[in-house]
Design a binder for this molecule. Structure first.
Ligand code: RP5
Length: 162
């Protein structure tokens, strides 16, 4: 049976220190799905923080979070949203950090999540969002870990790579 390769393990000790990845989502109702990203980071010992912030309901807070993230030590942002799914793009508009967008299915979707997928993917030139598949928060966590691994192989900490 094929096993998944062990990828982007940057620390063998429990995570500690400031968060390197920020996980955002547009609603508390997104939490169960977005937990997949947090689990992948936790499994790799990568510090992360989780925030529920809506681009439409809390636009000022989203902008402030995105603008200040890099100065706080965040290196990658993951943003999940459903429906018109503006959050990843709005975050990308306010930061030069890499942003991974997770399009989420929603009970109110008129196209089984295709609306969110297109909202996340169809960014204008010059404002990139790296999109993963519908509801695939796990892949966002793995991708964030790989970005961290290539940019700071020890995860910013003097721990051995497994
Ligand atoms: C989006 O609308 C959220 O990201 C969520 O996926 C969807 C529904 O939000 P709630 O009505 O459950 O708060 O903004």
């Amino acid at each position: 049976m094929a096993t998944e390769p062990q990828l982007a393990v940057v620390a063998t000790e429990p995570a500690e220190g400031p968060p390197l990845v920020g996980i955002l989502m547009g609603s508390q109702s997104d939490m169960d799905t977005m937990a997949g990203a947090a689990k992948e980071l936790a499994d790799r010992g990568i510090e992360h923080e989780v925030r529920v912030l809506s681009a439409h309901r809390q636009p000022d807070e989203v902008a402030e979070y995105a603008r200040s993230a890099r100065a706080r030590g965040i290196r990658v942002l993951i943003a999940g949203a459903g429906l018109s799914a503006a959050l990843p793009g709005v975050v990308a508009a306010h930061t030069e950090l890499p942003v991974i967008g997770v399009p989420l299915s929603s009970r109110l979707s008129v196209a089984s999540g295709l609306d969110a997928l297109l909202s996340v993917v169809q960014m204008p030139p010059g404002v990139p969002v790296a999109a993963v598949g519908l509801d695939n928060a796990r892949n966002a966590g793995i991708l964030a870990a790989r970005i961290i691994d290539t940019s700071m192989p020890s995860g910013g900490r003097p721990t051995a790579v497994a």
